[in-house]
Design a protein around this ligand. Structure first.
Ligand SMILES: [Zn+2]
Ligand SMILES: [Zn+2]
Length: 255
């Protein structure tokens, strides 16, 4: 019955790639070409996910040496460029719900392959909660999509980890970070977040979801606040890792 209903639905509205709209013959969300470009196996720093030249050892990168990250690791589908960048810019539009779900599905897949293969991940997974980098309340007033919130909800649904919404509150609007230097960004986000019900987070592993990590200042500040409340570990899960200043200067890139 379900199969025939699906066949009928496919006849009326055949499955198509969520990015390029190419018709699909199987039950996938993206065509092969888009999938390969959205999830790349780029050479990256294992701590902050920044792309590094293949000659640089994985455990060390310039960004990590300069920054005082409070998070434990960053997982990203790929660098913020090419088709992934286009998809992220598009998915911020309020009506692109399906594209947000598709990208979240890819992020959940990344999580499976990376965290599950990590030593000690079994124990960590038992204590994992999923949450997102919050927007300032004025963001919703403008009719903008809560991209990070929707990604987190879909990732929680797909992985089975509990979703904790409203756990982090942004008390100041810090969205205009594009033109600031690293130290200015750090100052700009300092004490811009509050943690609600911190007792519920003690000894937990927090999976902090966002669309793009550019300078890392926002995620580092949230991680600092979380760890003040005895959070055991913070993994930042993003669709893309920003690579430099070009994309940071667009108003669409998050801090
Ligand atoms: Zn496609
Ligand atoms: Zn790094």
């Amino acid at each position: 019955m379900r199969d025939s209903a699906k066949a009928l639905a496919d006849l009326v509205c055949p499955p198509e790639c969520l990015f390029c709209r190419r018709l699909l013959s199987s039950d996938r969300m993206f065509c092969q070409d888009c999938h390969e470009r959205l999830v790349s196996s780029y050479h990256h720093c294992l701590r902050c996910a920044a792309p590094v030249p293949p000659v640089v050892p994985n455990a060390d990168c310039i960004k990590c040496r300069k920054a005082n990250w409070r998070f434990d690791r960053v997982l990203a589908l790929g660098p913020y460029r090419g088709r992934l960048r286009e998809a992220i810019i598009r998915m911020k539009q309020p009506h692109e719900t399906l594209l947000r779900r598709g990208i979240a599905a890819l992020m959940a897949g990344k999580l499976d392959s990376v965290v599950m293969s990590h030593a000690g991940s079994q124990e960590l997974c038992q204590h994992t909660v999923v949450t997102s980098v919050p927007n300032h309340w004025t963001h919703a007033m403008l009719g903008a999509a809560d991209t990070a919130g929707e990604l987190a909800a879909e990732i929680a649904k797909r992985t089975g980890f509990p979703l904790m919404t409203g756990m982090i509150r942004r008390t100041r609007n810090t969205s205009k970070q594009g033109m600031l230097s690293w130290s200015e960004r750090t100052k700009n986000v300092h004490d811009a977040f509050q943690i609600r019900d911190p007792d519920k987070l003690k000894e937990r592993h927090v999976m902090l979801v966002d669309d793009v990590l550019t300078s890392g200042a926002t995620a580092a500040e949230i991680a600092r606040r979380l760890k003040k409340h005895q959070v055991a570990a913070v993994t930042v899960l993003v669709a893309a890792r920003g690579t430099g200043t070009r994309e940071a200067n667009t108003s669409l890139a998050d801090p």
